[in-house]
Design a protein around this ligand. Structure first.
Ligand SMILES: Cc1cc2nc3c(=O)[nH]c(=O)nc-3n(C[C@H](O)[C@H](O)[C@H](O)COP(=O)(O)OP(=O)(O)OC[C@H]3O[C@@H](n4cnc5c(N)ncnc54)[C@H](O)[C@@H]3O)c2cc1C
Length: 89
C-alpha cells in the first residue's frame, strides 16, 4: 500500500518515471476481506482510484469485536456514520 500509494501520489504530481521495487516474488490472493475505514477511503479518493474499488465493495452497517470462544462482543456494535463521508476537502 505504501509503495503504490506513494507512486500514485508522485504520478498525480506529474512525475513520469516512477519505479516501485518489491522483494516478494509472489503476491498471491489470500482470501481475506479488507476493511476500508473512512480515512483510507479519503486517501484513495484523492488518488483517483476509489470509484473502481467502491464498485466491488460491500457497505457494512456496523462492526463489533467478539471474544474467541463465546462470540460475546467486547464492545457494542456500532454503526459507522462516516462510511459514506469521503469529503476530500
Ligand atoms: C492479517 C492482517 C489483516 C489486516 N487487515 C487490514 C484491513 O482490513 N484494513 C486495513 O486498512 N489494514 C489492514 N491491515 C494492515 C495493513 O495490511 C497494513 O497497514 C498495510 O499493509 C501496511 O502497508 P505498507 O505498505 O506500509 O507495508 P506492507 O504492506 O507490509 O508492504 C511492504 C512491502 O515491501 C516489501 N519489501 C520489504 N522489504 C523490501 C526490500 N528490501 N525491497 C523491496 N521490497 C521490500 C514487502 O515484501 C511488502 O510487500 C491488516 C494487516 C494484517 C497483518
Amino acid at each position: 500500500m505504501g509503495g503504490l500509494g506513494t507512486a500514485l501520489a508522485f504520478a498525480k504530481k506529474g512525475f513520469k518515471q516512477i519505479d516501485v521495487y518489491e522483494t516478494a516474488s509472489n503476491l498471491g490472493f489470500v482470501g481475506a476481506g479488507i476493511q476500508m475505514p473512512p480515512n483510507v477511503v479519503r486517501v484513495l479518493d484523492r488518488l483517483g482510484c476509489w470509484k473502481e474499488i467502491e464498485a466491488d465493495s460491500t457497505d457494512i452497517k456496523g462492526t463489533s469485536i467478539r471474544r474467541r470462544f463465546t462470540l460475546n462482543p467486547t464492545t457494542a456494535t456500532t454503526p459507522d456514520p462516516y462510511s459514506r463521508n469521503i469529503n476530500t476537502n
